[in-house]
Ligand binder design. Structure first.
Ligand SMILES: [Fe+2]
Ligand SMILES: [Fe+2]
Length: 113
């Protein structure tokens, strides 16, 4: 999920014509790649592969709408993960993710309204 979100934001940062959107999506791409790295550590993976992705929109609004959907999904995912986690340290990590993803959700919400 984080990898998919990271490549979506990278794509959006390139295809969105508005500078505000390019900046916003670039920051989000960076944060989501960092989230992928946290998962890499949690799962003790050797490395993560970011696939090529070019299927984002060429306009700001549809990319904001997709961002909103993706962040809602992330919040739901980490909410369930936090509820299921038995290790208290892992639970805290998932709760911290929920806060970050909620901030991301607000970024698109603010711009869509
Ligand atoms: Fe994330
Ligand atoms: Fe996010």
């Amino acid at each position: 999920m984080e990898i998919s979100n990271a490549v979506f934001y990278k794509c959006s940062s390139k295809k969105t014509p508005e500078i505000d959107g390019q900046k916003l999506f670039k920051i989000l791409a960076k944060v989501e790649s960092e989230h992928a790295s946290v998962w890499k550590k949690l799962l003790k993976l050797d490395k993560i592969e970011f696939p090529k992705y070019n299927s984002c929109a060429s306009d700001y609004k549809p990319n904001l709408e997709e961002s909103h959907q993706r962040e809602e999904r992330a919040i739901k995912f980490y909410g369930e993960a936090a509820a299921d986690a038995t290790n208290p340290r892992i639970k805290e990590i998932f709760k911290a993710f929920i806060e970050v993803e909620t901030d991301h959700l607000k970024l698109s919400e603010k711009r869509l309204n």
